[in-house]
Design a protein around this ligand. Sequence first.
Ligand code: FAD
Length: 593
Amino acid sequence: MPSYTAPTKDMQFVLHDVLKVSDSDIPGYADLDRDFTAAILEEAGKISSEVLHPLNTVGDVEGCRLENGVVYPPTGFKDAFEKMKEGGWPGLDMPEEFGGQALPYLVSTAVGEMFSASNQAFTMYQGLTHGAASAILAHGSDDQKQTYLPKMVACEWTGTMNLTEPHCGTDLGMMRTKAEPQADGSYKISGQKIFISAGDHNMADNIIHLVLAKIVGGPEGIKGVSLFIVPKVLVNADGSLGERNGVSVGKLEEKMGIHGNATCVMNYDGATGYLLGEEHKGMRAMFTMMNEARLGVGMQGLAQADAAYQNAVIYAKDRLQGRAVTGAENPSGPADPIIVHPDIRRSLMDQKSFTEGARAFAFWGATLIDQAHRAGDKAADGLISLLTPVIKGFLTDQGYDMTVQAQQVYGGHGYIEEWGMSQYTRDARIAMIYEGANGVQALDLVGRKLAQDGGKHVMAFFELVKSFCKENAGDDETYVRDFIEPLKKASKDLQAAGMYFMQNGMKNPNNALAGSYDFMHMFGHVCLGLMWARMGKAALAALAEGTSDPEFYKAKVLTGRYYMARRLPATALHLSRIETGAETVMGLDADLF
Ligand SMILES: Cc1cc2nc3c(=O)[nH]c(=O)nc-3n(C[C@H](O)[C@H](O)[C@H](O)COP(=O)(O)OP(=O)(O)OC[C@H]3O[C@@H](n4cnc5c(N)ncnc54)[C@H](O)[C@@H]3O)c2cc1C
């Protein structure tokens, strides 16, 4: 069975050495000193390794079961859910007035990474509840907030998001689920939703479904979509639970991974629903959930990659095969451990440099969210809106690739279920699809986010990279050579790609969209390059100050140099692909495929 060790030391490095959170002026950050974050991370790490991780394989093997209309999650999930509730983990960053602890989103991001890494399928029950509660918090009436939030923040009631229908996932304008207005101000919701995560289970007294539907007689297409609160069990005026609503589970989906999460077909048969937010503004309200959810899903990519990497390292040090080409390193044994082989090292360095860079990127993204929400900073809001598809698309694509690389370190044993490595690959795969498939993230980035507010946010990003490079141009020669120069080059490639889109996308939009996937990956690499330049600087500073843990910081510098030298130059290939435009992509007639 695989193991999982919470990466608290690395998290502390990102929070304090790199982001210097307690010096920041973001409201609530002054309290985040080293001792405080250490206490929270250690506790979350303990729950992750002792409670959630042991249930990861159980969930994978057993899956969920539907019996007489009730969904039963795998053995042990219910008890673990109770423990999470008792610890107050679900409400970490929720407002105190609804029972939360009002900690920054950054803290819940760090904790969320560990929970996801130790058991993604389990963590989704709570993650979706958090997303649904956030939408009610942002768009609900006072009455709706009072009715639902205290229960949802405590996870006594859980939440779901219902967008997808059999004939529409990306193109939600084709949605058929309808909402008929009733005399008392409520609606009758009818239709079928598919693939609904955490759609049903017996771990909570009630499930609050957030459902997109079209109000009868409203505008056609996406403009006619509204968002509704549809409780599984109706809530009486005094807050007690009443009758069952007209919501039922049609079936449980059989799927490739996340077996411990109940993916349900949900049938709404004249179910009572309550409008959340304004009529026909459902997509706006749902986006509150989706942006947060997209960052959470990006985190899942990183989390699965880290968990898989940790095990690949253990295996590579243990498995004896072949001899080092430079001479035996384990002469008394029958062979050397495979970690001596350069190709295994390459793979482990790819994984390590990705997970540590991705962690810094995701945490930085979380600070932008806090800056936007807690300090009302519009620039931070614009920047995180630009970076959201990059975090979602890049971290999940690369995260999946890294789980495959970790599996490869095990050779055939990686393919055999006994070792548990295939679960990481299977679980990581879904993150590339849900919350908007990654191709659609790339489309969002190039088709919408680049030009948003006159291109202000992408210009701000380039300015940020430029000023970082300028500020550090006079530093140690080796640092400039290893970190600043590669970052400058990659950022120039990214700008050149943006310029190509501006000059050629107007003539033929396919020129831009045929390069959108490459652009999303390029952008991700530049973000990780920036993170590594910042981490390299922080590590060198710690070494210069005479840290008590020089090995940790030396490893950081070496890992950063690896990323800059061997991963970041990918931007050049992406750029050359982008600059070939749409011709070779779109040239072949559809009949010839
Ligand atoms: C396990 C699981 C859990 C899920 N959980 C939920 C949930 O909780 N709630 C929920 O509502 N949904 C959920 N989903 C649904 C998921 O979000 C959708 O499957 C996803 O958004 C894609 O929609 P689709 O499957 O209909 O694919 P389609 O929209 O048919 O897309 C098919 C392919 O075409 C591409 N594509 C589509 N349009 C374009 C375009 N304009 N340009 C370029 N490429 C395009 C897509 O990238 C994709 O690769 C879940 C799915 C799974 C498998």
